[in-house]
Each structure stands twice: as structure tokens, then as C-alpha cells.
Write a new protein. Structure first.
Length: 414
């Protein structure tokens, strides 16, 4: 076989040329195209609209990226997709960073996406809105499940960073208001990689320990990226599963996180959260003294009113001794009447008893025996004999008389 020339030199030769010919297989052709694209066209950003978005069990993202005139198939492998902070959707305009290649099996031109950002809105903002909508549909924000805060809890849990000023401010407030309250601190990372998992773990640990009656999840202010750990789904679900009321105190008053929506109460700042948990002791003491004074005044007014009422009744009240004598006489009359009625009723009961006893005596088998009859029992069975057919000569009989019994042996039957 003749030597094959360079592919670039033979591609354009006519089929029936006298020159030696080399034929490309389809696989070779797709590899040439693939290699040329990868060599000549480096990675780039491209903008377009997502359509036909689908995620098979492999976890890869398959979709079409299009504009008003053209479209191209695109794929984002699972490893890159896990790094996205939002979920792509059909109709969403996105910036895609990647490279163009050829899928050799089908010879399809395809965009291999390595990174993706939403157009117009930032990825974090979009992820925030998507998670907020998802959790709201599941009922995690429902008002009816929000729990009231306990009054003057004996123990307070705090999940936050040990280095932040937020913790110092909360401890100062709690110490000034009620220094005898027990505070349990669970230190966690509040931003950066792994912070969300630590925060969720701290919430679960403290609320399930049984050591706290209320929990504050807090950190100071910062950018959306700084506060992002409190927008993670794992933190939201840990707050939702907490068995004690939870106060979310993340950032400043203008900052809102997913944790704020799930928590039983939101505090605009960590300092405000500490103020929500316990009232100022001096204020409570003043309130108690005010209520005590009001109660004393109301009791005094009530006593004066009752004294006037009783004084009026005493003036209208007759001599109690006469009333007592009349009551005594009435009681005597009622007692005598009751005794007579009791005697009459007792007499009627005795008559009914005697009558019933007479009837019972007349029906008694003992009365029959008194008239000269007797009862024969076949021994040893003790069966009453009603017919001579039931006995035979030699049987032993027990004869019961009106008074006494005897044993007899049958000598003759008739």
C-alpha cells in the first residue's frame, strides 16, 4: 500500500486523481475538528438564554443556550454544577464560561460550561430568592408555628463567634439586666467555608441538650457574602427543627437572611436580641411596685364598700335570738312529724314482711312435711325418688321427715 500523505494535503484532492489517495474515517474527521476547535478557540464567556434544561440521574446539567438567532447545545458536568450557588432554570439569561468542543459519538458541536452566573441579578441574590420561595412553599415561614418567648428564662443559649463584638454586646446587656441568668455559648464560624454546617450543628446541639430555654443565633453586620452562611438551607432546617424558641439576630436592621424568616422572632441586631430575651430588672421592679400600690388601693376601696354594705344589713337585721327560737320550734315540729311518718312507714313495711313470710311458709316444702309427708333420696347419689321404677330391692334410701331423717333398705316394691 502506498504511503499516506499528510492529511492536510489530501483533503482537497479529487476522488479520481492519479495521486495516491487517503480516506478519513468519521472518527478521524471529528477528532480533527475537535482538536482544531480546542487549539484555535480558547475558553471564553458567552451570554444566552437557558432552554430545555434537564438533570438526569448522573447529576450533569444538559441545556440549550440560545439568543434570538442561534442556539448551541451545552453541558455542565456534575462536579462544576455542585459549585453553583443557584439553580439554572428555563428562560433564565446567564453568562457561561467554558469552551467549545465536539462530542465524538454523535459529532455534535457542544459548549462545555465550567462556570455560570445569572445575568442582571447576582448569583447569591438569585440563590437567596430561590431558597426563600422553596422553604416558604414547605411552610417553614408559617406564622402559626412561631412560638412566644419565655418570660425571664433561667438559661439562654447563644450560637455565634467568640471573636465578634456581637457576643460581647449581648453578654453586657444580659449581665446588666439579670446577672443571675445562665448563658450557654456555642462558638461557631459565622462566615466562610464550613460556617453553615457549624452554625446548624450548634443550633441542633444546644436545642437538644435540654440546657437552654431560648436560643439566639447571631453575628454582626457585613456584606451579603459575609452573611451568606445564614442563608444556607442547612441552617434554616436546623432552626425549624429546634425544640425551643429561636431568635435570629444577624447583621444590622436593614439586613435580612433566610434565618430571619424561619426563626420564631427576628431581632434587628444582636443587642436587640439580648433585650428581647430578658427585661431590665429595674423596670420589672418598678412595675411590680406600681401593681402592688394599685392592688392595695383597690383592696381598700373594696373593704370600705363592704363595710358600708354590712353596716346597712346590721341596721335592718332583727333580734337574732327571737329568730333562733322560732327556728328551734319549727325544727321540733318537723322532727315530730318526721318521726310519725317514719313509724307509719315502718308499720307498713312490717305488715308487708309478715304477709310475704306467710306466703313463703305455705310454699315451703317443710310445710308439706309437717302434714305427714316425707322425701326419699336414693343413696349414695342423693337423688329424690319420684317413681318405684327408679329403685330396686336392696337399694338404700334416706327418708327425710318433718323432724329428722332415717336410712332404710328396700324390701319390697309395689
Amino acid at each position: 500500500m502506498s504511503e499516506i500523505k499528510e492529511t492536510s494535503q489530501v483533503i482537497g484532492l479529487p476522488l479520481f486523481s492519479e495521486e495516491p489517495k487517503a480516506f478519513l474515517t468519521v472518527s478521524e474527521l471529528t477528532q480533527i475538528i475537535k482538536g482544531t476547535l480546542e487549539r484555535e478557540l480558547d475558553s471564553f464567556w458567552v451570554v444566552g438564554e437557558v432552554s430545555n434544561f434537564r438533570v438526569p440521574p448522573s447529576g450533569h446539567f444538559y441545556f440549550t443556550l440560545k439568543d434570538e438567532k442561534s442556539q448551541i447545545s451545552a453541558v455542565m458536568f456534575r462536579r462544576q454544577g455542585l459549585n453553583l450557588s443557584f439553580q439554572p432554570e428555563n428562560g433564565m439569561e446567564v453568562f457561561c464560561f467554558g469552551r467549545v468542543g465536539v462530542y465524538p459519538v454523535r459529532g455534535d458541536l457542544q459548549l462545555y460550561v465550567e462556570n455560570m452566573e445569572p445575568k442582571g441579578r447576582g448569583a447569591l441574590y438569585l440563590a437567596f430568592e430561590q431558597l426563600k420561595e422553596k422553604l416558604a412553599e414547605e411552610g417553614l415561614f408559617a406564622v402559626e408555628r412561631k412560638r412566644p418567648l419565655p418570660f425571664l428564662p433561667a438559661s439562654i443559649g447563644i450560637v455565634t463567634s467568640l471573636q465578634g463584638a456581637a457576643l460581647r454586646d449581648m453578654l453586657r446587656i444580659l449581665g446588666d439586666r439579670f446577672p443571675d441568668r445562665r448563658v450557654v455559648i456555642r462558638p461557631v464560624k459565622v462566615q466562610g467555608e464550613g460556617a453553615a454546617a457549624e452554625i446548624a450543628g450548634g443550633i441542633t446541639e444546644l436545642t437538644r441538650s435540654g440546657e437552654v430555654e431560648v436560643l439566639i443565633v447571631a453575628r454582626g453586620g457585613g456584606s451579603l457574602e459575609d452573611l451568606w452562611a445564614f442563608n444556607e438551607e442547612v441552617v434554616a432546617r436546623a432552626i425549624f427543627a429546634a425544640c425551643v424558641p429561636v431568635i435570629s439576630a444577624v447583621g444590622h436592621e436593614i439586613d435580612f437572611t433566610i434565618a430571619d424568616f424561619v426563626a420564631d422572632h427576628r431581632a434587628p441586631t444582636p443587642t436587640a436580641a439580648a433585650e428581647m430575651v430578658v427585661s431590665r430588672k429595674a423596670d420589672l421592679t418598678e412595675r411590680i411596685e406600681e401593681l402592688q400600690s394599685r392592688l392595695v388601693r383597690e383592696i381598700q376601696v373594696r373593704l370600705d364598700r363592704e363595710r358600708e354594705t354590712w353596716a346597712g344589713l346590721a341596721r335592718r337585721l332583727a333580734d337574732p335570738r327571737r329568730r333562733l327560737q322560732e327556728s328551734q320550734m319549727r325544727l321540733d315540729e318537723l322532727s315530730l312529724s318526721l318521726w310519725r311518718r317514719f313509724q307509719d312507714h315502718l308499720g307498713r313495711l312490717k305488715n308487708r314482711l309478715n304477709h310475704g313470710a306467710g306466703r313463703l311458709s305455705s310454699l315451703s316444702p317443710l310445710a308439706v312435711l309437717e302434714r305427714g309427708y316425707s322425701i326419699a333420696h336414693k343413696m349414695p347419689e342423693g337423688v329424690i325418688v319420684r317413681d318405684t321404677a327408679a329403685i330396686k330391692i336392696g337399694d338404700l334410701l334416706r327418708i327425710t321427715f318433718a323432724r329428722g331423717k332415717s336410712l332404710c333398705r328396700v324390701e319390697e316394691k309395689e
